[in-house]
Write a protein that binds this ligand. Structure first.
Ligand code: ADP
Ligand code: MG
Length: 317
């Protein structure tokens, strides 16, 4: 394989935006328009943890950016510039790098941002892609975790559990649910929500650790209790089909992680506006519960009784 500079020139310089200066300088130079806050996030993906060694490299490139776009979208910020720290072992060849950069290029085109710089290094270990993404919002408009108000509705975008069910399918040689596998290998965060969403939501978080864990983050930051109705958690058709065959996988719906959707709360008065936003964007938005005084996450079963969820399923008190 060619030297580091040739690789950067060939595979990454074509992805650079104006701030990246062709990836030919020591640093990027970002012009931030007046009246803009930069929202900056970093998510690292590691081979063997967030993707599999045999996953197509273009999908790894897509995922490296998409998992960061998920955080940006949850904060109501438009992705603008990103930096890529890439650690590659000797077995990685130019074919892999070419495919990885193509996936990254397709993703940055989809999400409207550009590469601004990074670093590339050898590693005696797994592939690591550490990506930092800067997005823009009007001053003070970043949606925090801490804004939930008692009486708010709780919503989630998309459907839950697909990514972790997809990983289960891959690990267990089950090929009948390509939609689930795709959700794991090529997550698509609800990018279309950015813009319309900041004025409507009181708090938001991206769902990457599982719905319950991320709703708990909102509850803790806001000093409230999040009451979620288990039967209202939206599932995909493929998810429902797999769960009908494999009921032991149910817990992945709320604690599997790898969803890259958004959980948020909004005032009841915003119900019509949120329904209109779902119509306009084509993004599924489902009301799954409400915000109460108290703390933590409370789950209700279909009879309205409080249940306790464990990793193996849920149990009545
Ligand atoms: P130095 O090590 O002297 O700081 P580098 O060789 O790391 O310089 O980087 C040279 C240029 O290439 C810089 O503009 C840097 O941001 C860019 N760069 C290096 N690796 C990557 C990468 N994986 N993705 C994007 N840009 C990169
Ligand atoms: Mg360097």
């Amino acid at each position: 394989m060619k030297g580091e500079f040739d690789l950067i020139e060939r595979y990454f310089a074509p992805l650079a935006g104006p701030a990246g200066l062709g990836l030919r300088d020591d640093a990027a130079c970002v012009s931030v328009p007046p009246g803009t806050d930069l929202v900056v996030t970093k998510d690292v993906i590691v081979e063997g943890v967030h993707f599999r060694q045999q996953d197509p490299a273009n999908l790894v490139g897509h995922k490296a950016l998409a998992v960061n776009v998920s955080d940006c979208a949850a904060k109501g910020a438009f992705p603008k510039h990103y930096w890529l720290g890439l650690c590659i072992p000797d077995r990685i060849d130019e074919g892999w790098l070419s495919s990885f950069s193509k996936g990254l290029h397709a993703a940055q085109t989809e999400y409207g941002c550009f590469l601004a710089g990074g670093d590339t290094t050898r590693i005696d270990g797994p592939v690591v892609a550490s990506l930092t993404l800067a997005g823009s919002v009007p001053p003070g408009a970043m949606i925090r975790r801490s804004g939930a108000v008692v009486g708010d509705d709780i919503y989630v975008t998309g459907t839950m559990g697909n990514g972790s069910l997809g990983l289960w399918c891959l690990d267990n040689g089950r090929q009948e649910h390509p939609a689930l596998v795709s959700a794991y290998q090529k997550p698509e965060p609800p990018f279309g929500l950015i813009g319309g969403f900041s004025d409507l939501a009181n708090c938001a978080a991206d769902v990457s650790d599982g719905l319950i864990a991320d709703a708990r983050h909102l509850a803790e930051a806001s000093g409230v209790c999040m009451r979620i109705s288990l039967q209202d958690i939206p599932l995909s058709l493929a998810g429902k089909a797999l769960l009908a065959d494999e009921p032991s996988l149910w817990s992945k719906v709320w604690s599997g992680g790898d969803d890259y959707q958004i959980v948020f709360t909004a005032a009841r008065a915003n119900r019509p506006a949120i329904a209109a936003m779902a119509d306009k964007t084509g993004i599924q938005i489902t009301r799954i519960g409400g915000v109460l005084e108290g703390s933590g996450v409370q789950l209700l079963d279909k009879r309205g009784e409080v249940v306790q969820v464990t990793s193996g399923g849920y149990q009545h008190f």
